[in-house]
Design a binder for this molecule. Structure first.
Ligand code: ADP
Ligand code: MG
Length: 388
């Protein structure tokens, strides 16, 4: 996506540094180090928070009302200052970045869309680029592109916010947050005020967008279902601003860290998620991929199964670590959104035991492992039994 101001923003955030961690491990984008916030010296709203937020992933802060989610979020862009501790973004201590500059370098979406009522939708979206010195014409052009990105018809650009539905207003809020192409998006209960059907739509839309944009998103919600649908990782907060558990959603559903998390997660909620959002539940792993020419012996050479792909990264077959040269045809493919049954079929039908997942263009998106799919199926079965 074309960016008007990203180079400025990235320079601000120190994004030009080399990654700190090697391949295969998530790189941290935002780090809380022993962060405590007391308002007016009272009980901590956030209590000694240490957590590392992955770059290019959706991290959800979830918990009951008053547990410090909003406070934590707002300390990232200095809308709230910590009482003690340090927060870094892309390795840079945020307290050293002027607050106004920091805020413009991160998209922010709230529960009430926060749109300016007397400005057209297009001008609302163009707000931050205009503040960053982008010309009116360019900013409007970009705003019109973003309407399309968030799934709104271009005719809506001329309307005023009050002439849109709640769901449409939230989409405009997301478009506005994306306008300066910030690497980080902060979202505070952005979908909590719309009805459940629209909410599901907005969640799916955000996941679709994220597959294209790969932003670092910190998303606050009180709704564990929303957290497990959206989160690559989920941080469960307990009253008193304490981090109770921080893990992948599957892990939180399967093995709640304590009684608080268990009761917050609830029994049947995990089942709902696993039953209807299969694509988000199945974990994809990276796989060694080789081109056709060098591919025939790759397995023998490397001692592990290698996936042979064509020039467009579409799977052709497997190269075995044991057998001689030659391509072994690979089993059924798993497409995002397929059922658990299909996921298992892809893994069990593959000579390597690794099911090949492909994107809409048929390109390899990763591989899935039979034991993990089986564990998910077992979990669905258990929840179903529990529910009856
Ligand atoms: P959440 O977003 O999880 O509902 P908040 O971060 O908004 O929680 O609030 C955490 C705690 O801090 C609550 O007890 C709340 O009353 C208190 N709090 C939040 N903002 C302020 C403020 N500006 N002044 C005083 N107390 C606040
Ligand atoms: Mg809040």
């Amino acid at each position: 996506m074309a960016s008007l101001t990203s180079s400025v923003v990235l320079a601000t955030l120190g994004e030009d540094r080399p990654p700190k961690i090697g391949p295969g491990m998530a790189e941290a984008m935002i780090e809380f180090q022993s962060v405590t916030k007391r308002y007016q010296g009272g009980q901590p709203a956030v209590d000694n928070l240490t957590m590392s937020i992955d770059k290019g992933a959706i991290t959800v802060l979830v918990g009951p009302s008053g547990c410090g989610k909003t406070t934590s979020l707002r300390m990232i862009n200095r809308m709230v200052e910590p009482s003690s501790g340090t927060i870094t973004v892309a390795g840079k201590d945020v307290s050293t970045v002027p607050a106004a500059q920091l805020r413009r370098s991160m998209g922010y979406v709230m529960q009430s869309s926060g749109l300016l009522p007397h400005r057209s939708v297009l001008d609302n979206i163009a707000t931050v680029p205009r503040l960053n010195g982008v010309s009116k014409g360019d900013a409007r052009k970009r705003a019109a592109e973003l309407l399309d990105v968030v799934g709104l018809a271009s005719v809506l650009g001329k309307r005023y916010p009050s002439q849109l539905s709640g769901g449409q207003q939230q989409r405009v809020g997301v478009a506005r947050a994306l306008a300066a192409d910030p690497p980080v998006l902060l979202m505070d209960e952005p979908f909590s005020a719309v009805d459940p059907v629209v909410r599901d739509e907005l969640q799916q839309e955000l996941l679709r967008l994220q597959r294209e944009l790969a932003k670092t998103i910190v998303f606050v919600t009180h709704d564990i279902d929303e957290a497990t649908v959206l989160g690559d990782k989920v941080a469960v907060f307990a009253v008193g601003g304490k981090l109770a558990q921080y893990a992948a959603p599957e892990e939180i559903l399967r093995a709640p860290a304590n009684d608080f998390v268990a009761s917050f997660v609830g029994r049947d909620r995990g089942f709902r998620h696993l039953a209807f959002d299969v694509a988000d539940s199945v974990r994809l792993h990276p796989v060694t991929m080789v081109g056709q020419t060098e591919g025939q012996n790759a397995g023998r050479r490397t001692g592990e199964w290698a996936l042979v792909v064509d020039d467009e990264s579409r799977p052709l077959g497997w190269s075995s670590p044991r057998d001689g040269a030659g391509l072994i045809p690979g089993g059924s493919l798993f497409h995002k959104g397929d059922t658990l049954r299909r996921a298992l079929d892809s893994a069990l039908s593959s000579p390597s035991g690794l099911g090949v997942a492909v994107d809409d263009d048929g390109r390899v998106a990763g591989v899935l492992k039979a034991p993990e799919v089986l564990a998910l199926i077992e979990e669905v079965r258990r929840h179903r039994e529990d529910a009856t």
